[in-house]
Design a binder for this molecule. Structure first.
Ligand code: SF4
Length: 419
């Protein structure tokens, strides 16, 4: 009795930035490099030149949502088209979901566009069109805006000195500070947010955050980082460790002077000198994607001008590819025989058209594989030509006939374009 509980020990110094002089030097080196080498990107131009604060916040917000899980090079054209069509929150709030999905088609993770529009409507109707100005309010008030996006908008558009942590920042910080524990664990993520908030430059927070992400995207890349060109290598523990090799043969967990350090690589997977700086970051093994099979049928008829037309139907308004259009499709159980797959598809089509469809009449075209983030999807593709007038039966979802050009201009996923 009477023994006070020990306060949790602070993380070992090698995993922190505790020297203000070092932090100052790192900021200076990183920002000087950014000023010299940053990529010229349309959202950066808008963030730097747009005088209206709400428009500026909106412009950064759109770019951040588009950039989630998507390469910069892919996003640029989509971004330009989007901002041309909907330059303000008000314009976006008035768009239809169909228009949003059409513009988003091909960019992937389709719920992002829909959520962005819903949030824009909320800003217009509930916040009088005024963007929240701090990371805390952005995260609290805007649906679909998480901690990272809120920090990015607040620092880049409004100059709030708040850090950000995304995949690039995780990699850079784990290397700078030799953090080898699972980088998706809450303990490590919390530590990285603290570090990002310590490092952020209060006079240029938006540039600092973009510089850190830019470094991860162009220099401190996952597989073959360009350490020789890195503007912060003198602050990088992983680089130092690679240069000076493994210290005397002591267990790795004792490298930072603390047994069982929660931030070092686990004792079972110590530093591997053949990996060099790419020892960091470490991730727990990912779950393998789920396999799915879907039968899909390209129904074709002669349109009134003689050109072929194809039937597309709309997916439900929630779930995977919500609200997008596709050829009539039916998820299949795994390991069905081909004959059975064909029969199930024929029954499904019969319900659409309200007339018998013979399984034998379906022509097998081939299989298309498409990887969604967590699903390994195989489309088993059939086609069926229809003669005469086709009246669709009591359809379960909206459907329409489109020419090939109309198909490509519709809100259809990349997977359906492959089909
Ligand atoms: Fe990344 Fe290498 Fe720079 Fe360290 S020195 S931050 S590992 S690029």
């Amino acid at each position: 009795a009477g023994v006070p509980a020990a306060a949790p020990a602070p993380p070992p110094a090698r995993h922190l930035f505790s020297d203000p002089a070092e932090v100052e030097a790192l900021r200076g080196n990183l920002l000087a490099w950014y000023d010299r080498c940053k990529r010229d990107l349309p959202w950066r131009a808008l963030a730097a030149t747009e005088p209206d604060a709400d428009r500026r916040g909106y412009a950064v917000w759109v770019s951040e949502i588009m950039l989630q899980q998507t390469q910069v090079a892919t996003v640029i054209d989509y971004y330009k088209r989007w901002m041309q069509k909907w330059p303000t929150l008000q314009a976006l709030a008035e768009a239809s979901l169909e228009e949003v999905n059409e513009l988003w088609a091909g960019l992937g993770y389709y719920s992002r566009g829909k959520r962005l529009q819903e949030a824009a409507r909320k800003v217009v109707s509930e916040l009088a069109g005024r963007m929240p100005r701090t990371a805390e309010d952005l995260q609290k008030l805007l649906p679909g805006v998480g901690r990272y996006t809120a920090g990015a908008i607040a620092s880049i558009s409004y100059g709030q000195a708040t850090g950000v942590v995304d995949g690039n920042v995780i990699r850079v910080l784990c290397r700078l500070r030799c953090i080898g524990a699972d980088s998706s664990s809450p303990a490590v993520i919390d530590r990285l947010w603290d570090t990002a908030n310590v490092l952020v430059d209060s006079s240029r927070p938006g540039d600092f955050n973009q510089a850190l992400m830019e470094l991860g995207a162009t220099v401190c890349v996952p597989k073959a980082p360009l350490c020789g060109e890195c503007p912060v290598k003198q602050h990088c523990q992983a680089w130092r460790r690679k240069l000076f090799g493994k210290p005397p043969p002591v267990p790795d967990v004792e490298d930072c002077g603390v047994g069982d350090c929660p931030l070092c690589p686990p004792a079972t997977e110590p530093w591997d000198s053949s990996l060099g700086v790419t020892n960091f970051p470490r991730k727990a093994a990912k779950k393998p994607p789920r396999a799915m099979r879907t039968a899909t049928c390209v129904l074709e008829r002669r349109g009134c001008h003689g050109a072929p037309e194809y039937l597309i139907v709309q997916r439900p308004s929630s779930g995977l590819l919500a609200g997008l259009w596709e050829f009539p499709s039916l998820p299949l159980a795994q390991d069905l025989q081909e004959k059975k797959e064909r029969e199930e598809l024929a029954d499904h089509l019969q319900a659409w058209m309200g007339r018998p469809v013979a399984a034998k009449g379906l022509q097998f075209i081939g299989e298309v594989i498409h990887i969604f983030s967590h699903i390994h999807q195989t489309y088993v593709v059939y086609s069926l030509h229809l003669d005469g007038d086709v009246t669709l039966g009591p359809a379960l979802s909206p459907s329409r006939w489109v020419t090939e050009d109309e198909f490509h201009a519709s809100a259809v996923s990349t997977a359906m374009k492959k089909v």
